[in-house]
Each structure stands twice: as structure tokens, then as C-alpha cells.
Design a protein around this ligand. Structure first.
Ligand code: AMP
Length: 114
């Protein structure tokens, strides 16, 4: 399963503030939110980085993005908008090496990111 904190959350060894779960993904509130809404959508399969994605993962990544959009709609974020982010390795600012899609909303985002 991998040995990251997200693998432990999926295994139920560490609690999370769950927002959504199905057979492929888990979504939960970020412990250190950077916006009024900050949710992480993670696959149950422990893929370390987006650079490790294979062609077979295309449906899974599409599902992650679709789940993020569904959550955003359900939380009323869609009209004003929101941001989806994958960080990859050091320059991307990735801290947890189990891919995760950040859903950020509820405030104006700046561009370019820092
Ligand atoms: P990244 O920098 O893209 O790897 O993002 C990792 C994210 O995981 C950060 O936003 C952290 O605040 C978040 N995080 C780390 N540990 C936990 C945890 N136990 N529960 C929820 N979010 C976490």
C-alpha cells in the first residue's frame, strides 16, 4: 500500500475528515487549509507522483477530477469558481508522495502562484 500518511488514512490507521469515498478514491478536508474550502481527492492506489502515472491510470485521474467537480458543485463553489492543483516533486511543492488533487475554493485565488 505504500507507507505515506495518505496510505495510512486509506487503511484507517489515521483518521481523516472524510467528504466522499467510493471504490477508487477518498476525499477529505486538508489538515492545514489554504482556503475556506480545501479538500484533497486521493486515489486508493498508492501512486507516488503524477510522473508515475501510466496510460492505464487515465480513467482514474478523470474520475478524480470528476469527483472534485461534483464536490465543488455540492458545496456551492461552482458558480464563483475554484482551483484544482496537483503538485509534483520538489519544485511543485509536493510533500506527500501519494498523488492528490487539491480542491481550493471560497476565496479569490491569485495567479501566478508563489
Ligand atoms: P502537497 O504539498 O501537494 O504534497 O500537499 C500535501 C497536503 O496534505 C498539505 O496541504 C497538507 O496540509 C495535507 N496533509 C498532510 N497530512 C494530512 C492529514 N493527516 N490530513 C489531512 N491533510 C493532510
Amino acid at each position: 500500500m505504500g507507507d505515506t500518511i495518505f496510505a495510512k488514512i486509506i487503511a484507517g490507521e489515521i483518521p481523516c475528515d472524510k467528504v466522499f469515498e467510493d471504490d477508487q478514491v477518498l476525499a477529505f478536508n486538508d489538515i492545514n487549509p489554504q482556503a475556506p474550502t480545501h479538500i484533497l481527492i486521493i486515489p486508493k492506489e498508492p501512486i507516488p507522483t503524477t510522473d508515475d502515472l501510466k496510460e492505464e491510470h487515465k480513467p482514474l485521474v478523470g474520475h478524480m477530477v470528476w469527483v472534485a467537480g461534483e464536490i465543488a458543485r455540492n458545496l456551492g463553489l461552482a458558480r464563483d469558481g475554484y482551483r484544482l492543483v496537483f503538485n509534483c516533486r520538489g519544485h511543485g511543492g509536493q510533500e506527500v508522495y501519494h498523488i492528490h488533487l487539491h480542491l481550493l475554493g471560497g476565496r479569490q485565488m491569485s495567479w501566478p502562484p508563489g
